[in-house]
Design a protein around this ligand. Structure first.
Ligand code: AMP
Length: 190
């Protein structure tokens, strides 16, 4: 089973992905985590993406597609992947479909976490204070939100047309949202 957790920054994708990893035999593939690890390691890649990420812009499709491709065998061995923060552009979505198809696999479900902008801003302010994540500052967050609206939200009709999209209310507590996701995973497929 391959699942995409879809939604704007700070919608709770990472939190919910980690919970799914604990409860189901799946691997979380977060391009944001992979890029932050590259920065922390001081690698060439890390140096290339650091400024872009800090500003809240998207890194190139080529970089994130390669990161995901590298990890697909591991996810396959575990029985499935939770894609968290990927794909974020139509080119990434198409590349993902074709990489999976080549491996005789596919995306089974896209879970969209719906959270309104006001709530996102509140969450990110709290997260910045806690984690100090450099791109959680209000200025970068504005850029991330517009990157989501301009480049990522257009993927919704793509997955809708494939009949893979389900919407889950992301405004509740972590437990409430988890229950919503479980319901979506257990509902009979169309
Ligand atoms: P995230 O942790 O998913 O919010 O990602 C943090 C930052 O990493 C984003 O604001 C982008 O700069 C970069 N990033 C993560 N995933 C992608 C992606 N799929 N495509 C482009 N940039 C990405």
């Amino acid at each position: 089973m391959n699942l995409i957790l879809f939604g704007p920054p700070a919608a709770g994708k990472g939190t919910q992905a980690k919970r799914l990893v604990e409860n189901r035999k799946m691997v979380q593939l977060s391009t944001g985590d992979m890029l932050r690890a590259a920065i922390a390691s001081g690698s060439e890649l890390g140096k290339r993406v650091e400024g872009v990420m800090q500003r809240g812009e998207l890194v190139t499709d080529e970089i994130v597609i390669a990161l995901i491709e590298e990890r697909l065998p591991e996810a396959e061995a575990a029985g499935g992947a939770i894609f968290d923060g990927f794909p974020r552009t139509l080119a990434q979505a198409k590349a993902l479909d074709s990489m999976l198809e080549q491996r005789g696999s596919r995306i089974d479900l896209v879970v969209r976490l719906k959270v309104d902008d006001e709530q996102l801003l509140k969450r990110v302010a709290g997260r910045f204070a806690e984690s100090g994540r450099p791109d959680d500052n209000p200025e970068s967050f504005k850029v991330r939100l517009s990157a989501y609206n301009d480049q990522t939200a257009p993927l919704l009709p793509y997955y809708e047309s494939q009949k893979k999209l389900v919407e889950v209310d992301g405004m509740g507590t972590i437990e409430e949202v988890s229950t919503g996701i479980d319901g979506a995973l257990e509902a009979p497929r169309r």
